[in-house]
Design a protein around this ligand. Structure first.
Ligand SMILES: Cc1cc2nc3c(=O)[nH]c(=O)nc-3n(C[C@H](O)[C@H](O)[C@H](O)COP(=O)(O)O)c2cc1C
Length: 504
């Protein structure tokens, strides 16, 4: 006999920490599922603690909820189900004035992600948290790490302090963890990318990659870092993430301005950037349905300008309102290994490294090395581009299995799967030089997030019996649970399925 729950019991569970919704008279606990809801957490929050029957039935079949949630999450029957869509007795968090939780109460990256869902405006949230179609890659980026287990060494003296200092593309940095480019920083924080630069400085010089579609120019970001008072005087290495413009002269002008600045911007007219990360995993925008669904006018901050890219006004079209898609229409879809890399190389001073961001196979890692790239980022845009592309840590394993020599030819970085210090540890053990974090989602507390990740990395190292980054190696991991998912050769043929023209 199922338990009976009253509407007031239901209404008490109206937050990300405890998120219950009634559907067709049954009460379900969505708390664990909510962060991975393909339509976005914010939609579930709108119905948290209430009867969501009408909204649910408008988009889902009645059986779906039962197949998605385990039986244990079906909590019981609602005693007197209110008519669909009727207001709940107590207001949901969305109906009250949202307040930001104190930073000190957030102690993990996931805490930040959940907190963002409680106070960011719907459109901002949809833009930063959405991923492509069913979000499989987005999820697998992190679950693949959890399938890889650690092999700790015990009774090792780990009393020595751990230094995370290393180099990235010849630049000294305070940590192998650095900040990925995320566009339109102002949608999250009025100072957007400037705030990230300040945090990177306070942490003793963490590398920051600034998006072509950033809310501030690279020159502004460099200045913000330089002018920010901080106990550490170590410089913040700032890199440009490059989307090549359909109108190539725009890109040429941008690169020229960053590599040949006037003396008012940098001493000795040195390049403003320490390198260029060319993004190659988004020749066309991914289909991010949560972003398409929320109207462009839904509480978007007034300023969504991109000083380094073609200006566009977010709007709505027949496919929806995705900010990511509408703002990306300046990006060229016609880049190639043969034309684009030599063209870019010729436009950069020899000491400004070029990195290919978005490599997803061993074959393309070799192509990047052959094309003279200095580094590659194994990335799928955080699952925002092509759903069911492989989790990036699996591509790292693919390189180890199929073309280990590539680690001697280019610096290999990994990103995707915002997570834990243990994830960073695993990527470093597998030969990654650095691990980039998609910082845009949490601009507000970027310093604290980086501190948490660094702290978790150090704890993991000590628990595994190592006190220096040089001591990390694959033998500290057990990858058997995912080894069967890793391709066995760089061949681009399928291992057994053969293409044949139909004879029928
Ligand atoms: C809000 C947002 C904006 C992004 N903008 C860009 C961008 O302008 N250029 C780019 O190369 N990648 C962009 N990315 C992808 C990130 O650089 C990175 O690949 C991804 O966030 C890594 O996955 P993670 O978020 O799971 O750490 C963006 C990601 C997010 C979440």
């Amino acid at each position: 006999m199922p338990q009976t729950l009253s509407p007031s019991e239901l209404s008490a569970h109206n937050t990300v920490a405890s998120l219950w919704i009634a559907i067709d008279g049954d009460v379900y606990d969505f708390t664990e599922f909510a962060p991975t809801h393909p339509g976005g957490l914010s939609v579930l929050l709108q119905h948290a603690g209430k009867d969501g029957t009408a909204a649910y039935n408008a988009v889902h079949s009645s059986s779906l909820v039962k197949s998605i949630l385990p039986v244990s999450k079906h909590l019981g029957r609602l005693s007197s189900p209110p008519p669909p869509g009727s207001p709940s007795p107590s207001p949901s968090p969305r109906e009250t004035t949202p307040t930001k939780p104190p930073l000190s109460s957030l102690i993990s990256v996931n805490d930040f992600r959940l907190a963002a869902h409680t106070f960011l405006p719907p459109k901002t949230l949809a833009f930063i948290s959405s991923a492509a179609t069913d979000c499989h890659t987005h999820r697998r980026n992190s679950t693949a790490y959890s399938e890889i287990t650690l092999r700790p060494r015990v009774l090792v003296d780990v009393s020595a302090p751990v230094s995370l200092k290393t180099t990235i593309l010849n630049q000294p940095v305070a940590s192998p963890i650095f900040v990925s480019p995320t566009s339109l920083g102002k949608t999250v924080h009025p100072d957007g990318e400037l705030e990230i630069a300040r945090a990177c400085k306070e942490l003793g010089g963490v590398a920051q990659i600034v998006s072509t579609s950033a809310s501030f120019s690279v020159a502004d970001v460099v200045r913000a870092a330089a002018e920010h008072p901080s106990a550490s005087d170590d410089p913040v290495p700032i890199f440009l993430q490059l989307y090549v413009d359909k109108h190539a002269p725009n890109t040429e002008a941008l690169l020229h301005s960053l590599t040949h600045p006037d003396s008012s911007s940098t001493p000795n007219n040195a390049p403003l950037i320490k390198g260029v990360f060319l993004t190659v995993d988004a020749p066309v925008p991914g289909k991010r349905e949560a972003d398409e669904r929320v109207s462009a006018s839904a509480s978007l901050p007034p300023s969504t300008t991109t000083p380094m890219a073609t200006q566009l006004t977010p709007t709505t079209d027949a496919r929806g309102s995705a900010l990511g898609r509408l703002m990306a229409s300046y990006i060229s879809p016609s880049l190639t290994w043969r034309r684009t890399l030599p063209w870019l190389r010729a436009r950069l001073p020899p000491d400004v490294p070029l990195v290919v961001k978005g490599v997803q196979t061993a074959r393309d890692a070799l192509r990047a090395a052959d094309a003279g790239a200095d580094g590659i980022v194994l990335s799928n845009h955080g699952g925002r581009s092509l759903d069911t592309a492989p989790a990036s840590v699996l591509v790292l394993l693919e390189l180890q299995r199929c073309c280990p020599e590539v680690f001697d030819r280019v610096q290999v970085f990994v990103e995707g799967g915002v997570g834990r210090g243990t994830d960073v540890f695993k990527a470093l053990c597998l030969g990654a030089r650095g691990w980039a974090w998609g910082g845009g989602c949490f601009m507000e507390g970027v310093r604290r997030v980086l501190e948490i990740l660094n702290d978790e990395l150090v704890t993991t190292m000590k628990m595994c019996g190592v006190t220096s980054l040089d001591e990390l190696h694959p033998g500290l991991l057990n990858t058997r649970a995912v080894d069967h998912l890793v391709p066995e050769s760089v061949s681009e043929e399928h291992p057994y399925a053969k293409w044949r023209r139909s004879k029928i």
